[in-house]
Design a protein around this ligand. Structure first.
Ligand code: ATP
Length: 351
């Protein structure tokens, strides 16, 4: 099978477990993000793929070949780390050509490839500039050009954008993604930023507590999180306790009930956890409770221009609703409001 396959991969440091029982198939040409909170094992997993850490257990195969014992320098993977590690005493061009020089590529071929890459990253005119005299974003592009110079089979990026300010970071996310798609290079990127993962990835691997929690497209993991950990980590969400009443209804803490079709086959009396995304809630002028429309009281409003966040206390649950200014109904704290919880937007969370 082509692509990268990880089978039962584990990493232990003494008695501590950094990565537990990881099974993944990463298809060729895709950008995959390892996403998770600090300390969950993202970097350790990437370093094992790179050959910079040994495996405590399991197997890593690339296009069918077991690479678990192959030394890092023989894997032909391009890498960019948070620190970039460009050579400060070298020019832009020399930095990019360095991996080719190491591999004994002839001078003329080095030059041609370097120019091709400089054009790709739109820094052709900076060929002789010392890297110390580049902006953060330009340095980032040089690091990526250097990483792909030797046409690696895999590009590994470990939080490459974390040192950049928010605006530059967003434009670099789009730039790296476009470059990756143009070159069709299989890429794995580590990040703890869910927005970054959602922006860039074909496939997101959510890691938590040293294990894979879910693998899916950004929309799959956002809309159909496998469990509460993923639901909570990806985007903002209203996660609340409910009691299954039977017939596809659940009771909320305050005694009112709503229809949730995904609970139809769950036994009555069971305590469950539910998710509804803030943008799915609909606020309207106060009216009597009917169906999935409940009456509540506004406890908080934050208007940040592009969106309005409103917290409504409703049947014992504090629901956060997101609306756009044109949907706004001019709510203030203490006011009564109706909240509609669309039945199909309400998800039952797995354990
Ligand atoms: P961050 O986002 O903070 O970089 P991460 O998800 O990349 O975190 P890792 O750096 O992979 O997490 O670390 C996973 C776990 O393994 C952590 O508990 C960490 O303390 C531990 N760990 C990592 N490297 C070593 C090491 N060389 N020796 C002992 N423990 C380690």
């Amino acid at each position: 099978m082509t692509g990268l396959i990880l089978e039962n991969v584990e990493k232990h440091y003494g008695t501590a477990c950094a990565v537990k029982d990881v099974n993944l198939h990463l298809p060729e040409g895709k950008l995959v993000c390892f996403l998770g909170p600090s300390g969950c094992g993202k970097t350790t997993l990437l370093r094992m793929i790179a050959g910079l850490e040994t495996l405590s257990a399991g197997e890593i195969r690339l296009d069918g070949e077991d690479i678990g014992q192959t030394p890092a320098h023989l894997r032909n993977f391009g890498m960019v780390f948070q620190s970039l590690a460009l050579f400060p005493h070298m020019s832009v061009g020399e930095n990019i050509a360095y991996p080719l020089k190491l591999r004994g590529v002839g001078k003329a071929e080095q030059q041609a490839r370097m120019v091709e890459l400089l054009q790709l990253i739109q820094l052709r005119e900076m060929i002789d500039r010392p890297v110390s005299k580049l902006s953060g974003g330009q340095r980032q592009r040089v690091a990526i050009a250097r990483a792909i110079a030797a046409r690696p089979k895999l590009l590994l990026l470990d939080e490459p954008l974390s040192a950049l300010d928010a605006k530059l970071r967003e434009s670099m996310q789009v730039e790296i993604r476009q470059l990756q798609q143009r070159l069709n290079i299989t890429t794995i990127m580590v990040t703890h930023d869910q927005r970054e993962a959602m922006t860039m990835a074909d496939i997101v691997v959510v890691l938590g507590e040293h294990r894979v929690q879910q693998v899916g497209t950004p929309i799959e993991i956002y809309r159909h999180p496998a469990n509460e950990f993923v639901a909570d980590f990806i985007g903002s969400g209203n996660i609340f306790a409910a009691t299954v009443l039977g017939g596809g209804r659940v009771g909320l803490a305050g005694g009112e009930s709503i229809e949730v079709p995904s609970c139809v086959n769950v036994e009555a009396g069971k305590q469950v956890r539910m998710l509804v995304r803030p943008e799915d809630l609909q606020l309207s002028a106060p009216a009597a409770t009917a169906g999935n429309r409940l009456l509540g009281t506004v406890t908080f409003v934050r208007d940040i221009g592009s969106t309005i966040e409103t917290i409504v206390e409703c049947s014992g649950v504090a629901f956060t609703a997101l609306s756009t200014p044109c949907q706004g109904i001019g709510l203030g704290v203490g006011q009564a409001v109706s909240v509609t919880i669309p039945a199909e937007a309400c998800r039952l969370l797995g354990a």
